[in-house]
Design a protein around this ligand. Structure first.
Ligand code: AMP
Length: 395
């Protein structure tokens, strides 16, 4: 896959797919600018090279209709502030208005076009819509990793309609870090998987058991595994439909010499609330009417030791209901252990991202992915349609 620094963009019209799908409050204010900031490196590079940069993104799910509250307009104001340069907003992404705005651009200018999904052609991966977008570009750049697992006209069909294309720095970094961790890792390679349910991540677990040296399982999903081992887990979250899958993952791990680490103790409570009665017990003595909501101290030590042994770590999903203080210690403790491990560490997913920030160690993680669903699909061993499209077009 070519990256943006391998194509000539000087003085050219560069159409760049970004992910500005940011949270906006009822008053139309952007409440978290992280997603915009993630593209600044690629945006600034285009400006320095004297490109005419045309940004395209989706926001929400308007399903082909113009929905006022899903306008990208507030993002143009935020970006103007971040760049210290006015970023004009154009209230359509194709057609006459867009064409006129692009024709008026000078080298170094940046404009933002309106939400792609106000046209149904984007999510339909419609070649006609892709050709309309491509008409605005000399070079197409894809920097939107977070949507790279879903085919759309703005990341797939468009690559067949433009003369040149490449990945932006964000998309490139995401794929490069992932490949370093999973394709040719320094071993031992440890994967930490947590979160509520086995069913959400069964594909991930099945793929990881073929790849990693250590599979560390925490969070709610660990209780389905413990149940599959015959343990009494009280009222802890459990998916009876997944018991056979959990068993087969443990058997496969055994046959492939992959170490599976499961909790040996847990923090239990009478209810999943901050003010609940809380205790710690072995996973062999969970009271019948209580539920496990975090890993316990003995497990923290075992998981911490494993992480210190690892040379490469990938992590998705919290170790407990970490949003509530009494059940947050396991996740925050593990975040500190991963940060201090010295291993190449890659994390993905909104909760894990938030946990390493709250634990104050985000700057010690090698790479924090910007894609929740896209990161999980990479962990499942799937290829990204948008990346395939870039590669096919020679980008
Ligand atoms: P996921 O989106 O699958 O990564 O799941 C994240 C959610 O799992 C968080 O909101 C946690 O509160 C929740 N979670 C983690 N551990 C547990 C647990 N032991 N019981 C219930 N929910 C949990």
């Amino acid at each position: 896959m070519n990256s943006i620094d391998q194509v000539d963009i000087s003085g050219k019209r560069v159409l760049m797919r970004v992910d500005f799908n940011v949270p906006v409050d009822a008053g139309g204010n952007v409440t978290d600018t992280t997603r915009i900031k993630a593209h600044l490196r690629t945006i600034r590079y285009c400006m320095e090279k004297g490109a005419k940069l045309v940004l395209i993104s989706h926001m929400g799910r308007p399903k082909g209709q113009r929905v006022d509250k899903l306008t990208l307009k507030p993002c143009a104001a935020i970006l103007s502030g971040l760049l210290g340069k006015e970023v004009p907003f154009v209230d359509d992404c194709v057609g006459e208005k867009a064409q006129k705005a692009v024709d008026a651009m000078k080298p170094g200018d940046v404009i933002l076009l309106e939400n792609l999904r106000f046209h149904i052609g984007d999510e339909k991966n419609d070649p006609d819509f892709a050709r309309q977008l491509a008409g605005l570009a000399d070079v197409y750049i894809d920097d939107a990793f977070a949507v790279a697992h879903r085919k759309a006209a703005s990341n797939s069909a468009i690559t067949e309609a433009v003369k040149a294309c490449a990945a932006g720095f964000l998309l490139k970094d995401e794929i490069d870090y992932f490949n370093r961790a999973m394709k040719d890792p320094q071993r031992p390679l440890a994967a930490i998987i947590g979160g509520a349910k086995v069913s959400d991540k069964i594909g991930v677990l099945e793929n990881l058991v073929d790849t990693v040296n250590m599979l560390i399982i925490g969070g709610g999903m660990a209780f389905t595994f413990l149940r599959a081992m015959g343990k009494e887990i009280g009222r802890s979250i459990c998916e009876p439909d997944m018991l056979d899958k959990a068993k087969s993952i443990m058997e496969k791990a055994g046959s492939k010499n992959v170490r599976i680490l499961l909790p040996v103790d847990c923090v239990v409570a009478d209810k999943a609330e901050a003010g609940a009665s809380v205790n710690t017990c072995s996973v062999d003595s969970i009271p019948a009417d209580w539920m496990g909501l975090d890993i316990g101290p003995a497990t923290q030590k075992i998981f911490g030791d494993a992480v210190r042994e690892a040379k490469t770590i990938v992590w998705n999903g919290p170790m407990g209901m970490f949003e509530l203080e009494p059940f947050s210690k396991g996740t925050f403790g593990l975040a500190r252990d991963v940060a201090a491990s010295g291993a190449l560490s890659i994390i993905g997913g909104g909760d894990t991202d938030s946990a390493v920030h709250k634990a104050g160690v985000s700057d010690k993680i090698s790479y924090i992915s910007t894609g929740g669903g896209a990161f999980l699909e990479l962990l499942e061993g799937k290829t990204m349609p948008a990346v395939d499209a870039l590669e096919r077009c020679g980008g």
